[in-house]
Design a protein. Structure first.
Length: 291
């Protein structure tokens, strides 16, 4: 299987897993029931000429009345919710030019939805919002209870969006990972730690023209002559060119500031070389050769 087909397969598999998970959670979540009561505004006195004006002005306030603190406090004790939790579960729909309001409440149990809706309707009637010209009354003695099923098109759409987003994220992450160089400072420092070198060591690029000057500064700071050591035979030429660019007196056999020239991807040789350095040698830098 090629690299392209492997990455594609991983992206598709990840997208399917996430999409199915979102779909299952959406379709199998706990059922919700909606209890609904209808409140109708009617005149207290059939001869009152202000009924229509009062209803048209006051009925919009029914929406706020259903979520008012006084109504919520009176309904909450028998609902299983606190007033703050109950408010978001209530919705009110006004039927235009009719004086009719549909008050609904959502709950996980049918009996609970019915009980809350009935108590809510009675509390709103008792508030006497339209007094003294009109009053609210419940049209039916018992609330209507409906099972609210999962919105299949919405859940499916969310699952598709989640699947596509996951697939794109996996593809982008794979490309970013592939674009990163495998041999870098982080991998060199891991090799140094494996060799028992835990103090700070400069990691430089052999292709950087400023590397010889930086090494010369490190040598002066260490107060020791620099000694360039290739960690593998194929790096001997690179090490020789680097040594030639450094100041003179680079071949002292005593104490020296060692500069290791390592491969850009393989660090096994680096670990082995550092393990056999003389006691007087101090590793000051690792130059990563670009292949």
């Amino acid at each position: 299987m090629t690299k392209f087909s492997r990455s594609t397969a991983v992206a598709v598999a990840g997208a399917l897993i996430v999409g199915l998970a979102v779909l299952l959670v959406g379709l199998l979540r706990g059922g919700t029931y909606q209890g609904r009561v209808c409140l109708l505004a009617e005149p207290v006195d059939q001869t009152s000429g202000q009924y229509g004006e009062v209803v048209s002005l006051a009925m919009p306030a029914v929406v706020e009345l259903a979520r008012s603190p006084s109504v919520l406090r009176s309904v909450a004790p028998g609902s299983g919710y606190s007033p703050d939790e109950l408010g978001p579960r209530i919705s009110v729909e006004l039927v235009p030019a009719s004086g009719l309001a549909r008050v609904s409440v959502r709950a996980p149990l049918a009996e609970q939805a019915s009980t809350i809706a009935e108590a809510l309707g009675k509390a709103m009637v008792d508030a006497n919002l339209l007094a003294p010209v009109a009053r609210l009354r419940m049209l039916d003695p018992r609330p209507e209870v409906l099972a609210v099923d999962a919105d299949v098109p919405l859940v499916t759409g969310l699952a598709l969006v989640a699947a596509v987003a996951t697939g794109v994220a996996i593809v982008v992450a794979g490309r970013l990972r592939a674009a990163q160089p495998r041999g870098g400072p982080a991998s060199v420092r891991r090799a140094l730690a494996a060799a028992g070198v835990h103090r700070p060591v400069a990691v430089l690029r052999g292709s950087d023209p400023a590397t010889p000057d930086q090494l010369a500064m490190l040598g002066r700071a260490a107060g020791l002559p620099l000694r360039v050591v290739p960690v593998a035979p194929e790096l001997a030429e690179t090490a020789a060119k680097l040594a030639a660019a450094l100041p003179e007196d680079q071949t002292d056999e005593g104490s020296a500031a060692v500069v290791a020239v390592a491969d850009s991807q393989r660090h096994t040789e680096l670990t082995a070389t550092l393990g056999v350095l003389p006691a007087g040698a101090v590793l000051v830098a690792v130059v990563v050769a670009c292949n």
